[in-house]
Design a protein around this ligand. Structure first.
Ligand SMILES: [Zn+2]
Length: 356
């Protein structure tokens, strides 16, 4: 059985983590974070479930991490991501589980963001002998497949030198994630929402000789949570892509590392089915945003005066202990910890941490 050191996993350890999840028939939640509260809560949740976990930042999440008030927004997107990764390198190992550090969707106009993070990553690698991030994502699914795979090959070439992995996207995940997304008609018969297995084979042929990569394939998944019936998940698309690569290249079972975007609000049976077809990572953002905010709403509702007065104007009660931000932010963190236990259960990663 694979055993790894706790903390941020990169390089060969990251590859072993992905392989172990697929072989073990489970997947890891990939949770978007926007600051230390959400990041710490995700790691705490994983430690409680004895599961490994993937932490990721969108470009907007990274900017927020650096501070929304930082004058240069682009610089904030780069440095915020670096700060989050350094935070995880310092603290994650003390929680006793493995943490993958990843960045989320980067479309064509965000290629410079990924390249700037790689500039920082190369400096970190030179100094520490390991990558700053485990992986990055390039989402060029709205471009032509030739442009998409050409850029992925170029960026992966740079990342592979450090043992990093690249997540690519083929087909279009509906909805939008932090300003990156599409205007496709989100109805179940829209073929753009379903990845073509031939495109996946083309990606496999082009990228396998260069380095480690994963594919966010679209099988009707949509970002955000919508009313039931709007989206029809068809995990068999994942199965067909795996089968095509396996047949053409005579590989073992489930040769591709697949990623499930838009996991929030999905039916449990479809999640298990997708994991059976080689999904090792399921993104969750919308559900944990609500899990973080909901307890704050409840706290304010229960203690309305503490959010209006430092001292009660009628009876003189001091409210310091209630308006201390730690009070409601801790409630919010606990909301994430609780919500994620359900995700670890759904994905079968409970008790499967490889950290020793
Ligand atoms: Zn996504």
């Amino acid at each position: 059985m694979t055993q790894l050191s706790p903390g941020v996993v990169t390089g060969e350890d990251y590859k072993a983590l992905v392989a172990a999840a697929k072989a073990g028939g489970y997947a890891l939640p990939a949770v978007n974070v926007t600051g230390t509260n959400t990041l710490n809560a995700v790691i705490e949740a994983a430690a409680q479930a004895k599961s490994d976990v993937i932490v990721q930042l969108s470009n907007g999440g990274a900017q927020f991490y650096a501070g929304q008030g930082m004058p240069d927004g682009f610089q904030a997107k780069v440095l915020g991501a670096v700060a989050a990764a350094q935070h995880a390198h310092l603290l994650a190992k003390h929680y006793g589980i493995c943490v993958v550090m990843h960045t989320d969707h980067a479309n064509k106009k965000l290629i410079p963001w990924v390249e700037a993070m790689l500039d920082e990553g190369e400096k970190f690698y030179e100094k520490n002998g390991k990558p700053l991030f485990s992986s990055h994502m390039l989402d060029l699914s709205e471009e032509t497949i030739d442009f998409n795979l050409g850029e992925c090959a170029r960026i992966l070439g740079r990342m592979a030198k450090m043992g990093m992995s690249l997540e690519i996207e083929l087909g279009v995940t509906g909805g939008e994630e932090d300003g990156v997304g599409s205007d496709v008609d989100e109805s179940a018969d829209n073929s753009k929402l379903y990845t073509q297995p031939e495109d996946v084979l083309q990606a496999y042929d082009k990228l396998t000789p260069i380095g480690h990569f994963s594919v966010a394939a679209s099988f009707g998944n949509v970002h955000g949570v919508y009313k039931p019936g709007n989206v029809k998940l068809r995990p068999e698309i994942l199965k067909n892509s795996q089968a095509l690569v396996e047949e053409r290249h005579g590989t073992g079972h489930n040769p591709l590392n697949l990623v499930f975007h838009g996991g929030s609000g999905s039916e449990k049976e479809k999640i298990s089915e997708a994991v059976g077809y080689g999904v090792f990572k399921m993104n969750i953002d919308t559900d944990t945003q609500f899990a973080f905010s909901q307890p704050i709403g409840a706290f304010v509702e229960e203690n309305p005066k503490a959010f209006k007065y430092q001292i009660d104007p009628e009876n003189g009660t001091p409210y310091k202990k209630l308006y201390d931000p730690r009070k409601y932010l801790r409630a919010a963190e606990t909301g994430i910890v609780t919500r994620l236990q359900e995700a670890f259960d759904d994905l079968g990663s409970n008790g499967k941490s490889l950290a020793v």
